[in-house]
Ligand binder design. Structure first.
Ligand SMILES: Cc1cc2nc3c(=O)[nH]c(=O)nc-3n(C[C@H](O)[C@H](O)[C@H](O)COP(=O)(O)OP(=O)(O)OC[C@H]3O[C@@H](n4cnc5c(N)ncnc54)[C@H](O)[C@@H]3O)c2cc1C
Length: 406
């Protein structure tokens, strides 16, 4: 692997930079097209952070297409509903059932799950194939391509030769920086996340639901994990200071200083965690090209988004399935397949990025805008909500390439 000696293109692996949810999903999709895969991961171990994630039915369609639907389903918690409350006066702004009628409509459930359990399901699937090699403590620092393949160089100057390269190296992608070089848009919104044991979580909030409390310049999210034995808590606020994109240790005092004027039921959430991780978030403006010859981007590297639609990881998994389908459609010709893949993905993922920004504004509304927000969904039936979600949750492997036909 650590040689740039010429070898027949077809005997080379496909290289995936990044062993997160997107990278592992890509590795699985590639093995299903008959490729051997090498995953290069900068961390010393392949793993995930301790936090929860919401998964729409579209993610389960994608898991099924990757052959790990049952593994993921066995680790998920199926919610009964999603609910939004006004964090000032506890008014219920909207409630959508995610029970049987939702599953019938979209063919799969809405679920909440520990990130590590999604990651593990993908990892087990990749290991089961016997076709994925993982190389850790390896940070991609340079990428080059020629008509026959790609050469990737790590932080030590070691080179890796592959047929093609998938840049699944996350929000601060080195590969995107090399190929696109566009700036990040730091939002100034800061996110604190923690996982709390059931016995420490307030009994009056132990709902089997994806729950959000929306307030002026802030919001709070909670939902169960691991059969309800744990609860995920996420709080977001507009920072008073100039932020730099990245993760640091959080401080309880800082969180508490931002949630004045919030009703006591919601406020108890910020007193719970013993330790917090602090994310200063960013996204990037959507781009019209992310495939360049034998190199393409996937997941947050391709379309980093704010988290307000809870769809970033779902999109990464959809990307992987679509990439596999594009390779199948183009008889494993990478250049043509990567072009088809981006055509199928760009408008959908851009819609996520732009809609998430808009959703952030709706969540954080204040003054009269808050009153408008609280009126938006008054009296709306589940069926009308489901119709509005069709574009998002109606995705599946059979229609994943259809956007490329426009
Ligand atoms: C607060 C918050 C809540 C969220 N909630 C949800 C949710 O409910 N539902 C949902 O679907 N999504 C959610 N998301 C989004 C989701 O977390 C991301 O979209 C998803 O993790 C992207 O996966 P990825 O594999 O593309 O990137 P990452 O998970 O960032 O993985 C990238 C990997 O590449 C590695 N890497 C980076 N650079 C290099 C390099 N140069 N060389 C080698 N390796 C490298 C990293 O170590 C990492 O392992 C949320 C995000 C946030 C911040």
């Amino acid at each position: 692997m650590t040689s740039t000696q010429p070898s027949p293109a077809s005997s080379l692996p496909v290289i995936v930079a990044g062993g997160g949810i997107g990278g592992l999903a890509a590795a699985l999709a590639l093995t299903r097209q008959g490729f051997a895969v090498t995953v290069l991961e900068q961390a010393p171990e392949i793993g995930e952070i301790g936090a929860g994630i919401q998964l729409g039915p579209n993610a389960f369609h994608a898991f099924d297409a990757l052959g790990i639907g049952d593994k993921a389903r066995s680790r998920a918690v199926y919610t009964d509903y999603m609910v939004m409350h006004d964090a000032i006066d506890a008014y219920q702004v909207g409630k959508i059932s995610t029970g049987e009628a939702f599953r019938q409509r979209f063919g799969n459930p809405y679920a909440v799950i520990h990130r590590a359990d999604v990651h593990l399901s993908l990892l087990e699937g990749a290991l089961d194939t016997g076709r994925v090699q993982f190389i850790t403590s390896t940070r991609v620092s340079k990428v080059e391509q020629d008509p026959d393949g790609v050469t990737v160089t790590d932080q030590h100057g070691t080179t890796y030769r592959g047929q093609a390269l998938i840049g699944a190296d996350g929000v601060k992608s080195v590969i995107r920086e090399t190929l696109v070089g566009d700036p990040a848009r730091v939002t100034g919104h800061v996110v604190y996340r923690a996982v709390v044991e059931k016995e420490d979580f307030p009994a009056d909030l132990q709902w089997n639901a994806a729950s959000i409390w929306v307030g002026p310049n802030c919001h709070l999210v909670h939902y169960p994990l691991r059969g309800g034995e744990q609860y995920n808590v996420v709080v977001t606020f507009h920072s008073r200071q100039q932020e730099e994109w990245g993760v640091t240790e959080g401080s309880k005092e800082e969180v508490q200083s931002y949630f004045q004027g919030i009703c006591p039921t919601a406020r108890q959430l910020i007193d719970l965690p013993k330790s917090w991780k602090r994310w200063a978030t960013a996204d990037r403006d959507p781009i019209g090209q992310w495939s360049f010859g034998r190199i393409t981007l996937l997941g947050d590297a391709a379309h980093p988004t704010t988290q307000y639609l809870a769809q970033g990881a779902c999109m990464a998994i959809e990307d992987a399935v679509t990439l596999g389908e594009a390779l199948k459609a183009k008889n494993n010709d990478f250049v043509q397949a990567f072009d088809l893949y981006q055509k199928a993905r760009i408008s959908r993922t851009a819609r996520i990025v732009l809609s998430a920004r808009e959703m952030g504004r709706i969540y954080h509304a204040k003054g009269v805008e808050r009153l408008v927000r609280n009126d938006l969904w008054r009296g709306r039936s589940d069926e009308r909500f489901y119709d509005a979600m069709e574009w998002l949750y109606g995705w599946n492997v059979a229609n994943c390439l259809s956007a490329a036909q426009h």
